[in-house]
Design a protein around this ligand. Structure first.
Ligand code: ADP
Ligand code: MG
Length: 139
């Protein structure tokens, strides 16, 4: 599915529509350059699932979690692997422990996981077209 958006709000609306398709337990990859709108997408998704804390880039922490309340989904885990270089840090994260039926995980720059046996359930590609135009592909 491909969408074109012309503002952060529109991207959040697409994220909200996508959020409605989630059941819990999904691992979602977010692919796109810096400023493409990955964090904006997560913000819209968390809001749509009833989260009340504003999503911020987990720049220093790698991972943030947000309580939500959408049926079986009680938690969104947001990971940003930007600046992530050390594979041993990955073990410290223990992604397997985070993967639960009540949790949706979204990971920015998940290419760092290549070869680490995390297969995304959904991949979302965000392409920066013009100043405010983004092409969003959900597969
Ligand atoms: P990333 O996490 O991919 O680095 P962010 O979501 O942090 O990107 O930043 C995207 C920036 O682009 C924000 O400042 C946002 O307001 C802006 N922006 C402009 N148009 C759009 C759009 N159509 N979709 C998403 N973000 C947009
Ligand atoms: Mg980001």
């Amino acid at each position: 599915m491909t969408y074109t958006t012309h503002s952060a709000e529109e991207t959040q609306k697409i994220a909200a529509e996508f959020a409605a398709t989630l059941k819990g337990g999904e691992f979602i990859s977010l692919i796109g350059d810096l400023g493409a709108g990955k964090t904006t997408f997560v913000r819209g998704l968390v809001e749509a699932l009833g989260g009340t804390v504003r999503v911020k880039s987990p720049t220093f922490t790698v991972m943030n979690e947000y309580p939500v309340d959408a049926g079986a989904i009680k938690r969104v885990v947001h990971i940003d692997f930007y600046r992530f270089t050390d594979a041993t840090e990955l073990e410290a994260l223990s992604l397997d422990d985070e993967r639960r039926p009540d949790t949706v995980i979204l990971a920015e720059w998940p290419n760092v996981l290549d070869g680490n046996l995390v297969v995304p359930d959904v991949t979302i590609i965000l392409e920066h077209r013009t100043m405010d135009e983004r092409l969003i592909t959900i597969t």
